[in-house]
Ligand binder design. Structure first.
Ligand SMILES: [Ca+2]
Ligand SMILES: [Ca+2]
Ligand SMILES: [Ca+2]
Length: 486
């Protein structure tokens, strides 16, 4: 289904226009922590210093899970203060969806001060979930730009990261509207909490327990077995080719875009040999136009999964995405010799799909960044972001719940420093992978990136901050091991 998976590039094209058109924005909270009146913000800067982990779940999960209490105990052994909260604490036992989300957040408002981390464990459905994501509509200016498919709304957990402020400030039923709901007393994107999420579908706590067992296995790894984590696997596809037409009404693409440019830029700037970080690159080697960059292997689904099974602490892929699969884009040939990727000349072989996650069962866990649309649409029960957690291939996944935009042009010149003026998945990946190597928790790095990247919250950064979420254990670091337990 090629047509549904091309928005990554489409929004790239839109970005330039919408940036220019964006109204000047003064976020009332942009001045720094404490500006929204929260005493808990003031003490230690934007990243809360507390080693507190608040787990918000449901009574059914808390009583049905055999592993949640063990997971909490393992964190306490590592010096964290852990609290598990259910309806008995936040109330609203019969509520679901938005009402439940509001209920939980209202409770958080008077409890978050004691915690740096929030782990959400429950059904993420924005409409029916018991620990729901919030559906937001940051913008209403895209209309049919995505071929008639909604690319204006997304699910977000940023709602819980920021317990203060009304996110439907004008009360029209749409949350998170740019330039409307972000006025004084409304939405801000300066996080008070670092949030992660582990979904539970259909009340299946046995499945949750398997996910938690994988997370604990990662945390309890023997110190001599974590050397693999300082290795990165890059699996980077082209996302579009010169002359390609996405939709009849959009102009042809001017230049081919290979997402390998971002990993090459990262390697050049952040992985000098003396840092001792290993990596494997899988780039496009098939078709009429192939990657200009050298790679250790060819980009195929088999090659990607086989290589991942060797164990990597970090995995970064790029390609057009759907909730349960990611595709390469291959310009198979140019038989009419017009140097344009005409419709019949393009193929979309699978790069990775949900079923592949089971093949990674037993592979030691790592952190994944998906430069793809929709992989984080975790309302879909078999979303790839979830199945990678479920089978232990990932302890943390950063992915988008909506059509993500990318800005490969910002990485085209090797040797430049990171352009922090915007927030998007690739800039986030750079900060997260670098910070992980320094030993910081993945969740904390996402929180920091939300503050340091795109600080003026231009409309594109604003939208990306809402659609990109962290799935998994927000406290996990690259070097967690059994040696940390006391
Ligand atoms: Ca509104
Ligand atoms: Ca805030
Ligand atoms: Ca052609």
């Amino acid at each position: 289904m090629r047509a549904t998976t091309t928005f990554l590039a489409l929004l790239l094209a839109l970005t330039a226009t919408s940036c220019l058109d964006a109204p000047a924005q003064t976020n009332p909270d942009a001045g720094g922590p404490g500006a929204d009146g929260a005493a808990g913000d003031a003490a230690g800067g934007p990243i809360p210093p507390e080693r507190g982990l608040l787990i918000v779940t449901t009574a059914a999960v808390a009583s049905g899970s055999q592993q949640l209490a063990k997971f909490a105990a393992a964190k306490r052994q590592r010096g964290m203060r852990v609290t598990v909260a259910t309806e008995a604490d936040y109330g609203g036992a019969d509520e679901r969806g938005v009402a439940r989300a509001e209920r939980i957040r209202t409770w958080l408002r008077s409890h978050y001060y004691d915690y740096g981390f929030l782990l959400l464990v429950g059904d993420p459905s924005t409409q029916y979930g018991d620990v729901p994501m919030l559906k937001v509509r940051p913008r209403d200016d895209l209309q049919n730009a995505c071929g008639g498919i909604d690319c204006e709304t997304s699910g977000t957990d940023a709602f819980y990261a920021n317990p203060n402020g009304r996110w439907d400030l004008d009360g029209n039923g749409w949350y998170g509207e740019y330039g409307v709901d972000d006025g004084p007393g409304g939405l801000d994107l300066w996080p008070e909490l670092t949030v992660g999420r582990i979904p539970v579908y259909f009340g299946d706590t046995a499945e949750l327990d398997r996910t938690l067992e994988h997370l604990m296995a990662y945390t309890n790894a023997a110190p001599e077995q974590i050397e693999y984590r300082r290795r990165i696997l890059f699996a980077k596809s082209f996302v579009f080719f010169k002359g390609e037409v996405f939709f009849p009404l959009t102009p042809p693409i001017g230049e081919s875009v290979d997402t390998a440019v971002t990993s090459e830029w990262f390697i050049r700037n952040y992985l000098p040999a003396e840092r001792g970080v290993g990596y494997t690159r899988l780039y496009e080697r098939s078709g009429h136009v192939t990657s200009e960059f050298a790679s250790e292997g060819a980009l195929t689904e088999e090659g990607f999964i086989d290589e991942w099974q060797h164990g990597y602490g970090m995995v970064w892929w790029g390609g057009h995405g759907a909730p349960t699969s990611v595709a390469r884009t291959v310009w198979s040939a140019d038989p009419n010799g017009n140097d344009a990727a005409d419709d019949g000349e393009l193929e979309s072989p699978t790069l990775i799909k949900t079923e592949d996650a089971a093949r990674l069962d037993g592979t030691p866990g790592g952190f994944v960044v998906a430069t793809s649309c929709y992989v984080g649409r975790i309302e879909v029960p078999n979303a790839l972001s979830y199945t990678l957690l479920r089978y232990g291939a990932a302890v943390g996944v950063i992915a988008s719940s909506a059509p993500a935009s990318a800005d490969e042009g910002a990485f085209a010149r090797m040797g430049t420093s990171l352009d922090r003026s915007r927030f998007d998945v690739d800039r986030l990946a750079v900060m997260v992978f670098d910070g992980l190597l320094h030993g910081e928790p993945a969740g904390t790095l996402v929180t920091r990136a939300r503050i340091e990247l795109g600080p003026t919250n231009d409309i594109d950064s604003y939208q990306q901050k809402l659609m990109l979420n962290f799935y998994g254990d927000p406290t996990a670091t690259l070097y967690d091991s059994a040696a940390d337990a006391r």
